[in-house]
Each structure stands twice: as structure tokens, then as C-alpha cells.
Design a binder for this molecule. Structure first.
Ligand code: EPU
Length: 418
């Protein structure tokens, strides 16, 4: 296993370039199952979850080749399943469900089970497929889906689901007739997938709004696609500048997708200006305590909550942070407290009383975004922070420690004996 060793207390200064979005790339890779042929995908980040998705595609029968871009060839299928071994390492493996049902009318996907941040069922994905004519059976931990006739349907999600919206969009593009998704996720990753499906010949209207209408077509044709920038990485970098009192120019910055975060960070006292696709971010002194509540897009992203909490832990004043998307997404709190943060949790609400400074400590990553928050805390803390279990971080951030090191951070990856 590896760990990160961070000597904190140094402002970051320099230029970083944001990689392609993990959560946009995952469904877009899966969507190549919907069209036979060769798919060239640009700006795919090289990180562990993408590797898992590529392995899953290979298991299903696709061929994958990495160069500057990722090429996926989908000329044959040798399996219709997402096996437990892959799903248990990455819940987003369920994203092959929609394309397999759309293309082959059959799929067998291991039920994901809970994960560190919550129970995370896929009941809404399954209910929607049922409404489209699919029969669903649960056998030995797998959900088996079979649709003799896959047809359009009027679907209302009772809460916003990102991968649920993506799965149903992908099933519906090759279904008979029209599918309408009400209360659809409005996340930019959904829009990127819809844009790609449309380029391949699908008819998808309204993505980015809460009502998406899909008219089924007979077939799709592969088209190249360039994945959008990772808004969560970009936001994490903004907060790296904020928490260290440093200054970063952030290239490939997806400003339109980060309006809520940028507003809150400015309220907290950061200076952020955007010119074209570059953001200039400057932190100075301790931030003001700012309240946020996570919400589906365009609200405050749950994937930025842990990093924001690290920043607020050194605020002047108190910040109330409410998590509304996942029931257990405060696993970073005890670790931040080991570094001297003063945080009390009551259900989905964290009350963060800012302290003058954090102190380095050995800490443990528990999930992807929690790890990012501990990296930020380590950059700001006095002394040395050792962050263990960084395989969580590697799932979703491309070269993060190299990028930060190039901006003056003292952060190193080391073999961990434990
Ligand atoms: N939910 C259900 N039933 C369902 C589906 C969802 O109860 O059938 C619940 C979930 O348990 C959760 C809420 O609805 O409480 C929202 O979950 P959603 O389905 O939107 O989450 P997701 O699609 O599984 C994606 C991202 C997450 C991100 C969330 C919320 C991908 C691959 N994953 O997950 O990203 O936090 O949306 O924005 O796109 C991450 O990158 O670290 C990450 C966890």
C-alpha cells in the first residue's frame, strides 16, 4: 500500500491543468456498447475507476486501446454482465445496465450493495426499466434484466439520481417510442452524455433541465467525443489555493459548472476571476465561516462537501454544513478532528467551529472525496500529515500530488509498510 506524506504550511503557487471528468467519462465509455464499431474518446482521465470501467468493457467483449485517447471497439459481445468483483470495487459499474438493456435487451449486473458514503440502492434504475417493459429478477446477488419489448415510458424519479438518469437515457435511445424522464438529474455529466448520444444519432431533448425526452431510434453510429473537464477536481484546486493562502491559475476550468462553489468561496473571502477557460484563484488569511447545504446540480455538489469542510475548519467563525444527498458522507470529520478541527455532527448537519490552524497528523482516507479533503487539510496544517489508504484518492484524481508538487506543495507518495 502507499501513503502520501505532506509537509504542510506552504502556500501553493503556479498553474494546474484540470483533467477530464471521471463521472462524465464513465457513462460515455459505457455508452459505446450502444453502437457497434470503433469509438475514439478524448480527454479521458487516467485513473483507477476508468481502468475498472475499461476492464468491465473488455469483460463484455469490447477491445480497448490507450494512446493519447481511449479507443473502444465494440464489434462483439461475449458477456452481458457486470460481475461482482468489478462492481464491488466501483459502484459506477452499474452504468453498463442501461446500454446492455438498450442494445441487447438483456443484462446481468451484480447488485452494488452499500458503500462508505451510504446505502446507495439502484431501485429507481430498476423501477424505470420495468416501466419500459423489462422483467427484473434478483438471483444470487445479481439483478437479471430481460426485455422482450423495450418501449418508451413516462418515468418520474422520486429523487434526483445521476447514474439513474444516465442509465435510463442509454436504455431509451434504442427503445421503441418516446421516454420522458421527469425530475431528471441536471448535472453537467448528464449533459455531456446526452451530447455524445445525440452525436451518435440519438434523439435526446432537454438534458440539463429536469425533464428529458428521448425518442428511440433504430441504431447509433460511433462518433469521437471529448469529455468535459472535471468540475470536482477544478473545485478541489480552487480550495487548495484558498486553504493554503496561495495563488493558482487553473486551466481547463469549467466555470459554468461551478457557479455555486465559486460564489460560496468568494463569500468566504477568496478572490476568483475567470478569463476564458482559466480561473485565477487567490486565498488570503482565514476564510469567513459560510454555511452550505449540498443539493443536486446546480446546487452545492456533495462531491465538494468534504473539501469545503476542510477549508471551513480554519475559518474565522462557524460554518454549518448540511449533507442532503448521502446519509453517511461525514467520514472525513473524525480525521479532520485528529488534525485539530472542531466539528460536531448531528445527523446530516456538521457544525464547524473554525480554529486558527490545523496540525499535521497520521490520518486515514475513507472514500474518494474524503481523501481530497485530507490532502487539502494536510497542505494547510503545521507539520507532517501522513495520509493512508490513498487508493481511494487514486480512484478519482489524476496525478493530484504531482500537480500540487509542481505548485510548490511538499507532498510525496511513499510505500507504506502497514
Ligand atoms: N438513490 C436511491 N435509489 C436509486 C438511486 C439513488 O435511493 O435507485 C439515492 C442514493 O442512495 C443517494 C441519492 O439517491 O442517496 C443520490 O444518488 P445518485 O444516484 O445521484 O448518485 P450516483 O449516481 O450513484 C453520482 C456520482 C457520485 C456523486 C452523486 C451525486 C458517478 C459515477 N457518481 O453517483 O460521485 O456523489 O452522483 O452527485 O457519477 C464521486 O465521484 O466521488 C461520487 C461519489
Amino acid at each position: 500500500m502507499e501513503k502520501l506524506v505532506i509537509q504542510g504550511g506552504r502556500p501553493v503557487h503556479g498553474t494546474v491543468k484540470v483533467s477530464g471528468s471521471k463521472n462524465a467519462a464513465l457513462p460515455i465509455i459505457a455508452s459505446s456498447l450502444l453502437a457497434a464499431g470503433s469509438h475514439t474518446l478524448h480527454n479521458i482521465p487516467r485513473l483507477r475507476d476508468i481502468g475498472t470501467m475499461v476492464r468491465l468493457m473488455e469483460h463484455i467483449g469490447a477491445e480497448a486501446e490507450w494512446g493519447d485517447s481511449l479507443t473502444i471497439r465494440t464489434n462483439r459481445f461475449s458477456a452481458i454482465e457486470a460481475p461482482y468483483d468489478l462492481v464491488k470495487t466501483m459502484r459506477a459499474s452499474v452504468l453498463v445496465l442501461g446500454p446492455l438493456v438498450g442494445q441487447l435487451r438483456r443484462a446481468r449486473v451484480s447488485l452494488p450493495g452499500g458503500c462508505a458514503i451510504g446505502a446507495r440502492p439502484i431501485d429507481m434504475h430498476l423501477k424505470a426499466l420495468e416501466a419500459m417493459g423489462a422483467k427484473i429478477e434478483l438471483k444470487e446477488g445479481y439483478v437479471e434484466v430481460f426485455a422482450r419489448h423495450l418501449h418508451g415510458a413516462d418515468i418520474t424519479f422520486n429523487r434526483v439520481t445521476v447514474t439513474g438518469t444516465e442509465n435510463i437515457m442509454m436504455a431509451a435511445v434504442l427503445a421503441d417510442g418516446t421516454t420522458t424522464i421527469h425530475n431528471a438529474a441536471r448535472e453537467p455529466e448528464v449533459v455531456d452524455l446526452a451530447d455524445h448520444l445525440v452525436a451518435m444519432g440519438a434523439v435526446v431533448e432537454g438534458a440539463g433541465g429536469d425533464r428529458i425526452v428521448i425518442h428511440g431510434v433504430d441504431e447509433l453510429t460511433p462518433k469521437p467525443h471529448t469529455v468535459i473537464s472535471d468540475r470536482i477536481e477544478a473545485g478541489t484546486m480552487l480550495m487548495a489555493a484558498g486553504i493554503t493562502g496561495g495563488e493558482l491559475s487553473i486551466e481547463n476550468f469549467p466555470a459554468a459548472m461551478l457557479e455555486t462553489l465559486v460564489t460560496r468561496l468568494k463569500d468566504a473571502g477568496m478572490s476568483i476571476t475567470v478569463e476564458g477557460n482559466v480561473a485565477h484563484a487567490r486565498g488570503g488569511g482565514r476564510p469567513r465561516g459560510i454555511n452550505v447545504a449540498t443539493a443536486p446540480h446546480p446546487g452545492f455538489a456533495t462531491d465538494l462537501q468534504a473539501q469545503f469542510m476542510a477549508y471551513m475548519s480554519i475559518a474565522n467563525g462557524t460554518s454549518i454544513i448540511t449533507e442532503t444527498i448521502f446519509e453517511n458522507r461525514f467520514m472525513h470529520v473524525p480525521e479532520l478532528m485528529r488534525m485539530g478541527a472542531d466539528i460536531a455532527i448531528d445527523g446530516g448537519i456538521a457544525v464547524v467551529k473554525g480554529v486558527a490552524s490545523l496540525k499535521g497528523a497520521p490520518v486515514m482516507a475513507t472514500d474518494l472525496r474524503a481523501s481530497a479533503s485530507l490532502v487539502l487539510a494536510g497542505l494547510a496544517a503545521e507539520g507532517t500529515t501522513e495520509l493512508r489508504r490513498i487508493y481511494h484518492l487514486d480512484r478519482g484524481y489524476e496525478r493530484i500530488e504531482a500537480k500540487l508538487r509542481e505548485c510548490g506543495a511538499r507532498i510525496e507518495r511513499q510505500e507504506d509498510a502497514e
